[in-house]
Design a protein around this ligand. Structure first.
Ligand SMILES: Nc1ncnc2c1ncn2[C@@H]1O[C@H](COP(=O)(O)OP(=O)(O)O)[C@@H](O)[C@H]1O
Ligand SMILES: [Mg+2]
Length: 414
């Protein structure tokens, strides 16, 4: 029961159990859902983007299921695993129990036969054709299953292939050539899902840029949950579903969890799962003690490598001022995605009561954090700002460091 708060499922697993949890724990995200619904009515292919764990997969599954739109997911992580987009399509066809068309196999064999006619160019064409026809196989399948009604083929985890032009080209060519066939005739839409902000440009730049850009529409970023969404998720889980009791101020607890998880849906679930498990050991009561045990476990299980990065940069606790530690702690307090040294300086001076007369050398210190062997932050490409190397590093600071009685920065987990 407690694992209503669930770990993220691999995208292509959609078991009855995960479907049930999704239904019970899903918090509505009206704006995003509407935008996706509208995009589904249009005649363009759709892009859904946002950081990992923010709920892209849950969002489209929810909307498509609720709108009774038939869909199939191709996990692009499998493309990388098996070496090509073609093999990812073939794996999907096999999973659906569809035979690979023989004609295509012959073409493919012909293309790769050692010493056969043609060089790499020919072979590439053959692979492209094979990919195209595997794609057609999926489109036809979906179309049959949907009885001609609109259906969707999802290419999820796009971030897995963005660094490889071959994959991108393969996707671009599908978008170009599948257009008339799948949209007009079959009503099958493509949904491209992944982390990068500039997915559209990434695909467009390897093919016929303007044509591709014209055929794609992006819905707004699937970002962290809003405060209301996050609180509604926690109260649904702890109060309505699990009927926990609280010996602490639950609003305060929910805000703390929002802060530590940076309102990333997946992290909220994972931390709440730990709290629920600990509470279960204590007669379903959520106390300070339960929460701190849970947080420790959450940190130890999910943030070991992030904590190591931070630890490597810290002063030893004996240092009198521990300025570096103060700066790291202050980095955790920053709200903006991109920040400047002046933003951090303000926080350090306020939090640790450092007067204006003392030079903090913030520019140098931040530069050193970005040049470390395992960097904590990196410079943004355009301006002289910084951002965290990964969102988890910020969470690890927020949840992993605290101030002791003498206002020194100390680690929570040794
Ligand atoms: N709308 C939502 N309501 C409740 N929990 C959610 C929601 N969206 C995501 N989650 C939680 O976050 C986890 C990660 O979501 P997922 O859709 O897999 O993220 P992404 O695909 O962006 O990496 C899910 O397993 C679920 O626990
Ligand atoms: Mg996903």
């Amino acid at each position: 029961m407690v694992n209503l708060f669930s770990k993220a499922q691999p995208n292509d697993v959609f078991t009855p159990r995960s479907r049930e949890i999704n239904e019970r724990m899903y918090v509505d995200r009206p704006e995003l859902e509407e935008r996706l619904e509208d995009a589904l009515k249009g005649d363009k292919y759709i892009i859904v983007h946002g950081e990992s764990g923010n709920g892209k997969t849950w969002l489209y599954k929810r909307v498509l299921t609720h709108k009774s739109v038939r869909f199939e997911i191709v996990n692009l992580a499998n493309a990388v695993l098996h070496g090509s987009l073609l093999s990812a399509f073939e794996a999907k066809l096999a999973e659906l129990g569809i035979e690979t068309p023989t004609q295509r196999t012959e073409e493919f064999d012909f293309g790769v036969r050692p010493g056969g006619i043609g060089g790499g160019g020919k072979q590439q064409t053959q692979v492209a054709l094979a990919t195209q026809s595997a794609f057609s196989g999926l489109v036809t399948y979906l179309n049959n299953k949907a009885h001609g009604k609109r259906s969707v083929l999802v290419l999820d985890n796009f971030e897995q292939i963005v660094d490889d032009t071959d994959y991108l080209r393969a996707v671009a060519s599908i978008i170009i050539s599948a257009d008339e066939e799948s949209i007009a005739k079959h009503g099958v839409k493509l949904l491209l899902v992944g982390v990068p902000r500039d997915l559209k440009q990434l695909v467009a730049k390897v093919g016929n840029a303007s044509t591709i850009a014209n055929r794609l529409i992006e819905i707004p970023e699937v970002a962290r949950l809003t405060l209301d969404e996050a609180i509604s998720l926690m109260s649904r889980g702890f109060e309505k579903e699990l009927r926990c009791e609280f010996t602490l101020d639950k609003v305060f607890l929910y805000k703390e969890i929002c802060w530590k998880t940076d309102r990333i849906a997946q992290q909220i679930h994972e931390l709440c799962l730990k709290i629920a498990l600990e509470a279960q050991r204590d007669n379903n009561i959520i106390s300070l003690d339960v929460v701190s045990r849970a947080e420790r476990k959450w940190l130890e299980e999910s943030f070991t490598s992030d904590l190591a990065v931070i630890e490597n940069l810290m002063n030893s606790i004996e240092t009198k001022v521990g300025r570096k530690n103060q700066v790291i702690y202050s980095l955790g307090k920053v709200d903006k995605e991109d920040f400047k040294h002046s933003d951090i300086e303000r926080i350090v001076r306020e939090e640790f009561d450092v007067d204006e007369g003392i030079n903090l050398n913030l520019p140098q210190m931040l530069a050193s954090f970005s040049k470390a062997e395992n960097p904590l932050i990196r410079r943004t490409p355009k301006n002289n700002a910084y951002r965290f190397v990964s969102p988890k590093l910020k969470m690890a600071i927020r949840a992993g460091l605290q101030l002791d009685a003498e206002h020194r920065v100390v680690k929570i987990v040794e």
